[in-house]
Design a protein around this ligand. Structure first.
Ligand code: ADP
Ligand code: ASP
Ligand code: MG
Length: 419
């Protein structure tokens, strides 16, 4: 029997009426002859509420208990979806992660898949069940504890199931009708893409476009899962939405295909550090040990002997990290300074920054993208604080208040509203 994976995000299962609406989409696929694995998120807002309970109880919480609490939102929607399907006469049952059992690493809060054994679910399909409703976002550690996969993790559950069960396609139903050139909530000129290459989607997701969790795109790319993003609120068919696929399947692509942004950034500068071999390692080693995800890095050119108190060459180091890791980063630097491993005069934290990025595989073969990007930002008087590039993306860190303006300007200059 051909099999489909259908994933419904939080807004698509936000109440009983929406669960019913989603169930109708499942029913249509069952009527077409598919066995279906449905992956559900928690009702919209529910995961945030649960995280709030944990943080309200314990500031430095035990991550295992965080996962036990936060994974529970998906259990509710999985049961409700199975009940709704049964009401419609479709043989269905729900599965919590441990019942499958979905095996993950023990990294609580950001666990990764290790294995999804098929036997239990396959046995139910063989008995005549048509739908397995699986709670997204959760799994089981080697110690037998409940784990979660990081925010947005149900996307990754969906792709992992599609890979494990050899699904014909993995359909991600959400509150937008596909992947756009930028977040349609920020730019009214955003244009829906019919297709996007895995690599571009991977960059967009990791640079802040939360329409898909980054890890889900990685898995889809590795296991060649046909991944589609489409609306749960509109009538859809096999041609709806956006297909995330191999580059070769896309006839012609633009130099820049999308603009992504992230508000959750912070910039940290260490002033007057020594400029000698080993200093970068003395700074970024402790940051890594403290679990800080450093993103962009700039080091100023060296100043020589600038005053009597600072003999030898000195410089400044700036880096960015997620805003919720600032306290950890600060402590790691202060501890390293106290232990005599690094020296600096001042540590300055700027939490009013945002990262804006342009992404496109066309950048591999076209020059001048950075120049156009910087010119467009300068015309809007947006000051660039930090820059980083890769083969297919350019990112800048700017004041957060200019983020929307910068996204619009870049969308315009690269003519992303035009096909
Ligand atoms: P779900 O609850 O279904 O998982 P999410 O809120 O996680 O949905 O992801 C969908 C949201 O992603 C959209 O509502 C949209 O605001 C946002 N988004 C950001 N960038 C993009 C983009 N390039 N294309 C489409 N949506 C985007
Ligand atoms: N409910 C989880 C979250 O809000 C997982 C998901 O929706 O993908 O992050
Ligand atoms: Mg999501």
């Amino acid at each position: 029997m051909p099999l489909l994976v259908m994933k419904f995000g939080g807004t698509s299962v936000a109440d009983l009426a929406r669960i019913k609406n989603a169930a109708k989409k499942v029913q249509r696929e069952v009527e077409r002859g598919y066995d279906v694995i449905v992956i559900v998120s928690a009702m919209s807002g529910e995961t945030n509420r649960l995280v709030g309970y944990v943080e309200g109880t314990s500031k430095l919480y035990d991550a295992r208990e965080y996962d036990a609490v936060v994974a529970s939102g998906e259990n509710v929607t999985a049961g409700l979806m199975a009940l709704r399907l049964q009401e419609m006469g479709i043989p269905a049952r729900s599965w919590q992660g441990w019942q499958v059992p979905i095996q993950t690493t023990a990294q609580h809060g950001s666990a990764r898949f290790v294995d999804i054994p098929r036997a239990n679910i396959d046995a139910k399909f063989a008995e005549g069940f048509k739908v397995a409703v699986v709670a997204g976002f959760q799994g089981l550690s080697p110690e037998g504890r409940i784990t979660t996969l990081g925010r947005g993790g149900s996307d990754t559950t969906a792709v992992a199931f599609a890979a494990a069960f050899g699904a014909e396609r993995c359909d991600i139903y959400t509150d937008v009708d596909g992947v756009y050139t930028t977040d349609p909530r920020v730019s009214s000129k955003a244009r829906k893409l019919d297709k996007i290459a895995f690599e571009e989607m991977l960059e967009l997701a990791s640079l802040g476009a939360k329409v898909l969790q980054t890890r889900s795109v990685e898995l889809a790319m590795r296991y060649k899962v046909r991944l589609r993003v489409l609306s749960s609120f509109e009538d859809t068919d096999e041609t709806s939405g956006t297909l995330v696929c191999d580059e070769e399947e896309i006839m012609e692509s633009k130099v820049v295909s999308g603009v992504a942004f992230s508000r959750e950034e912070a910039k940290i500068t260490l002033f007057t550090i020594e400029d000698r071999p080993g200093v970068a390692s003395a700074i970024f080693g402790p940051l890594a040990d403290a679990g800080v995800n450093v993103d962009m890095i700039v080091q100023n050119i060296s100043e020589k002997d600038y005053d009597d108190a600072h003999p030898g060459a000195v410089t400044d180091m700036t880096f960015s990290c997620p805003i919720n890791q600032v306290d950890r980063a600060k402590k790691a630097m202060e501890d390293a300074k106290a232990a005599g491993k690094i020296k600096y005069d001042e540590l300055i934290i700027d939490t009013d920054v945002a990262k804006v990025s342009v992404v496109g595989i066309g950048m591999r073969s076209h020059t001048g993208v950075a120049a156009r990007m910087f010119e467009a930002l300068s015309k809007e008087n947006v000051n660039i604080k930090v820059i980083s590039t890769s083969e297919i993306k350019i990112s800048v860190l700017i004041d957060r208040k200019y983020m929307e303006l910068a996204v619009q300007a870049l969308h315009d200059v690269f003519e992303l509203d035009k096909a």
